[in-house]
Design a binder for this molecule. Structure first.
Ligand SMILES: C[S@@+](CC[C@H](N)C(=O)[O-])C[C@H]1O[C@@H](n2cnc3c(N)ncnc32)[C@H](O)[C@@H]1O
Length: 610
């Protein structure tokens, strides 16, 4: 009865999934189902159901995502606690009394919280060992992922927060961050895949708990599933539905055990039929007719006819005469000869029955009247018996019930309207509940995303702190470096001033004979500026000193063959004056004791001074 509009492209998609994937979603209520599909459309960026169908075909993994989106697994331990309290107090003791081997079926069990709630309650009532011996819970669902979680039976701190701490302590053990149901109780639950729409039901069930799954299906599919549930249950077995689910179809399959708690019992509903009309005993004529009786008969507000055993009309009162168009002269004529309007066949049949059974016979809602002026009458034919039990005639009474019939028919119309309104209300309530579950599921997804974000945030914060600490270390190193640079600058300045203050020419080369230092004395002696020499190969310089003569002694010093050597070379100073230059080459030792370069000390003396 819900206002479901048909969208052909959506229906086509459902049919395609049914034929290609063997999953039949056609029996699900459209508004919620569409919303779930649209969520996937949005996720993959499909603009229409057609486009999504193509996407689905091209991406086999998408079906898993779609499936998970459609099947809403919202569940929990002791969901709707008052209903479970009622089940524990009123239903479980009866199930235990009725059955030896207790069979429980919980279809649409999601990740098992509901099945384990039942297990805990039975264990509380019977003791865990006794229940393990006597009972089995078949927990089924369409969703394999959810079933896997159920078999694993590990639940988060948040999930178990709904369980009474005493029960938690009794039936769970700590497992990492969560809690796991103890193995004794876990063994009482068998998880299996079962499609409520397509698969045959489990049989001989004492308690069937199917909560918050029926509401996802349309009325026709709900009816089929309920038929299966009826088949599944043993006589007087219990059916426990979700708080928004009721059985409204006019069926005798289940009777309400407690409507508010949504507990039903297999068996016919209370008989709502109108009680049978109570009939008076057959009238016995014991004396001659009296005038007063005759007058009372004549003026009775109900139409009455008296016939004798031969079928002759003895008397018809005013009402009867008016009803059948009779006159007083018709008294004494055979009934069959009279035109008794539309009702004559019925009257004749009831008379025969009354004579045969010697008891009053009634017929309800007999239509009697002339032409179109029909009315509805309750007919009673009472055989008139002598004290010896011989039927000497009959009294036919016709009570006009036209008004009641009209009332009854408008009552029936009103009842139907109420029923329809109720079905619509039920459907709306179910839709609200399923939307609620959808919201809950979205909320859970958001919570997960939030948790992920929080964890990413925490990671970022950790990285930030690490960076901060590295930064602080770098700053310390920087300070140290600055201090050392200052020291180095000081040392360089010192060295430069030492070299500058020396009157001799001083040249420092590295192991490759490239010039590292060229002091003021060298500038004065050879007339070449500092910036023309630094980095140059010593032997490539063009100065007044014949550098080729230094090659061998310099190499000897650099190769460590001798720590120091001295030679005198004829040269020309910057002014072109011939001089003898005394060159002292000394090794510049590195930290490993090996020469890393050489220091050349050059002194001039005039050539003719010898
Ligand atoms: C909202 S959960 C209800 C879980 C649990 N019964 C409760 O009330 O806490 C609905 C469950 O019905 C299952 N379901 C949906 N369609 C199904 C089908 N055709 N056959 C079996 N289970 C189905 C879903 O996978 C989901 O786990």
């Amino acid at each position: 009865m819900s206002s479901e509009t048909i969208d052909p492209t959506f229906e086509e998609l459902l049919q395609e999934i049914k034929s290609v994937r063997a999953f039949d979603f056609t029996g699900y209520k459209r508004p919620s189902l569409r919303r779930r599909f649209e969520k996937r459309l949005q996720a993959v960026g499909a603009a229409s159901f057609d486009e999504y169908a193509s996407y689905l075909e091209a991406n086999p993994d998408e079906f898993h995502e779609l499936f998970n989106t459609i099947l809403i697994n919202v569940t929990g331990f002791f969901r709707d606690p008052q209903s479970w309290e009622f089940l524990a107090a009123e239903v479980i003791p009866r199930v235990i009394d009725q059955a030896d081997g207790i069979r429980i079926w919980t279809p649409g069990c999601a990740s098992g919280e509901e099945a384990y709630t039942i297990a805990m309650l039975f264990a509380e009532a019977l003791g865990a060992d006794r229940f393990a011996e006597r009972g089995k819970i078949y927990a089924t669902d369409l969703d394999e992922d959810a079933l896997r979680q159920g078999r694993h039976a590990v639940y988060s701190e948040k999930s178990v927060s709904a369980i009474d701490p005493v029960l938690l302590e009794r039936y769970f053990t700590r497992n990492g961050d969560g809690y796991q149901l103890r193995v004794e109780l876990r063994r009482t639950v068998v998880f299996g895949r079962h499609d409520l729409v397509r698969d045959p039901p489990i049989s001989r069930v004492d308690l069937l708990v199917c909560r918050n799954a029926l509401m996802y299906f349309n009325a026709e599919t709900q009816r089929r599933i309920l038929n299966n549930f009826h088949f599944a249950l043993r006589p007087h077995g219990f059916l426990f539905l979700g708080k928004s689910e009721v059985i409204t179809t006019r069926t005798n399959q289940f009777a309400a055990f407690d409507l508010r708690r949504r507990v039903f019992v297999k068996g016919p509903a209370a008989d709502g039929a109108i009680p049978a009309v109570r009939v008076r005993p057959a009238a016995v004529i014991e004396g001659p007719d009296l005038g007063v009786e005759h007058a009372a008969f004549e003026t009775s507000p109900t139409a009455q006819l008296i016939v004798d055993r031969a079928g002759t009309l003895v008397q018809a009162n005013v009402h009867a005469r008016r009803l059948f168009g009779l006159a007083l002269v018709d008294h004494g004529r055979p009934l069959v000869e009279l035109d008794l309007a539309n009702g004559s066949i019925e009257i004749a049949a009831r008379l025969d029955e009354a004579y045969r059974d010697r008891r009053p016979v009634t017929a309800r809602r007999v239509e009697i009247g002339q032409n179109d002026d029909n009315g509805a009458f309750d007919l009673q034919a009472v055989p008139l018996l002598t004290t010896a039990g011989e039927a000497i005639g009959a009294l036919i009474t016709l009570t006009d019930v036209s008004r009641y019939t009209a009332l009854e028919s408008s009552l029936e119309t009103a009842r139907r309207e109420v029923e329809n309104a109720y079905e619509e209300l039920k459907s709306t309530v179910e839709e609200l509940e399923s939307t609620n579950e959808e919201l809950q599921s979205t909320n859970e997804e958001l919570e997960t995303t939030n948790e992920e974000l929080q964890s990413t945030n925490e990671e970022l914060e950790t990285m930030n702190e690490e960076l901060q600490s590295t930064n602080e270390e770098l700053e310390t190193m920087n300070d140290e470096l600055a201090r050392r640079t200052d020291d180095l600058n000081d040392a360089n300045a010192f060295l430069e001033s030492v070299l500058g203050s020396m009157s001799s020419a001083v040249v420092v080369v590295d192991a490759e004979q490239r010039i590292l230092a060229w002091n003021r004395g060298a500038v004065t002696l050879w007339g070449v500026m500092v910036d023309e020499t630094i980095g140059q190969h010593l032997l490539n310089l063009e100065i007044g000193l014949p550098l080729g003569e230094l090659r061998a002694p310099l190499r000897d010093v650099l190769q460590g063959k001798t720590p120091s050597t001295q030679l005198e070379v004829d040269a020309r100073n910057r002014r072109g004056t011939a001089i003898v230059c005394r060159v002292t080459i000394t090794a510049l030792d590195g930290p490993d004791g090996q020469p890393r370069g050489a220091i050349l000390l050059m002194d001039e003396r005039l050539a003719d001074a010898d």
